[in-house]
Every structure is written in C-alpha cells, then in structure tokens.
Design a protein around this ligand. Sequence first.
Ligand code: CTP
Ligand code: CA
Length: 223
Amino acid sequence: VEGALGGGPLRGRRVIVTSGPTHEPIDPVRYIANRSSGAQGTAIAQALAALGAEVVFVTGPAQVPPPRNVQLVPVETAQEMLEAVQTALPADAAVFAAAVADWRVAEAADRKIKKTPDTLPSLEFVENPDILATVSGLSEGRPPLVVGFAAETNDVVENATAKRARKGCDWIVANDVSPGTGIMGGRENAVTLITPDGAEAWERAGKDVVAARLARRIAEALT
Ligand code: CTP
Ligand code: CA
C-alpha cells in the first residue's frame, strides 16, 4: 500500500531481484534445473515494492505467480538471466535469490534425442556464468548493495561466510535446505544474514515475514 501511494523508504530506489530456477535445455523437450518454487524471491520483490522501490524482477520458470507492482522480465536460462540483469543495471541494490543451474549442456540438440537400443546418451556440461559474482565484481556500475543467497544442507554459517568472500557480495542470506526442515517448497524459511559484521540468525518465519524483514534492512542500508 505504501508503495502504491508513492511513499515508503525505498521510493526512488531501483532494485533488481533474480528469482526461481533456470532451465538449461538438453533438447527441445528436456532440460536440467534446480529445485526452486520462486516463493522466497517473489516475496522479497513484493516486499521491496511495498516499501516504494522500483523493482526489476528477473525470473526463471517459477511455480508461484509473479509479484504485482514490479517490472517483470521472464527468462529461461542462466545466460538469459545474466543478460537481463546487465540490461537492468544500474541499480541501487541487487538481490540474487535465483537458483541458477551451475552447468548447461555444452551443445543442446536441436531435435529430440531418441532412444536407441543398447546405447545411453551422454551429456557434456559447461559451467554457466556466475551472475552474482559477475555483478559483485563490476568495477563500474556495481550496485552499492549486492545481496546473494546460499542454500546449504550442512555447516550453513561456515559455508555461507566463505561464499560471501568468494563471490564478493556485501550480504549473504543463508538458509538451511536440508531435507528434514521442509523449507524447500514450503511456506516458511529459517535464514542467517551474513554481513561484514557477522552472522545473525533470524527466527523461522513465513517467507513473507522474512522478505519484509530483509526489505526493511535493505531500506536502512540505502539511507
Ligand atoms: N548464483 C548466480 N549465478 C550462478 C550461480 C549462483 O547468480 N551461476 C547466485 C545465486 O543466485 C545465489 C548465490 O549465487 O545468490 C549462491 O548460489 P549457490 O548455488 O549457493 O553458490 P555456488 O557458488 O553455485 O556454490 P555451490 O557449489 O554451493 O552450488
Ligand atoms: Ca550453485
């Protein structure tokens, strides 16, 4: 409501959010992808817009409907996602919530691969561009606040802290996606925010509550 009325602490600020999985084609009917509903990224975009931000929402094929009040940029692959993010720059902040496929098939077939007796297909992979690392490392036009995510199944804070340094981003939102938690595909999230000042564990809450808290922190950081 605040955003719709033109007020809010993020009024006049432009924020890029990536969300959802990417799909990397094997042939015209098959792909590889990460598990991601897009729920957390969608909630973050919505929360930023509610604080008045102009949000560019770059999303892979997600399971949840896209947020309202954002500039929607649908993409399929990691390479398309990187291009869309580069086109959307400059921005005051960027939040990389997408579950980007780390690899793509080196040469996707342009026709459906058929089954053949006694032989199995083999796929050759190449690494996808790292969108978060690319944007974090920009010497010109880097958003002043770059936020990455880290989905970990073990040693969450340790892995996420190392990831923050490796990627060169400002903050990492780490979440524990080990199978027992029910977080993947669920309505709640339990995250630890890693900043240069250390690790803050946030209590488990609805993805919309986590999103609102993150959006408020981003607004504080930008003012
Ligand atoms: N990310 C990205 N582009 C990629 C891979 C990841 O922008 N090609 C971003 C994600 O959106 C997320 C962060 O990087 O914000 C961390 O992703 P993650 O998969 O946890 O990190 P990786 O460096 O790919 O490490 P891992 O080996 O654990 O998958
Ligand atoms: Ca990865």
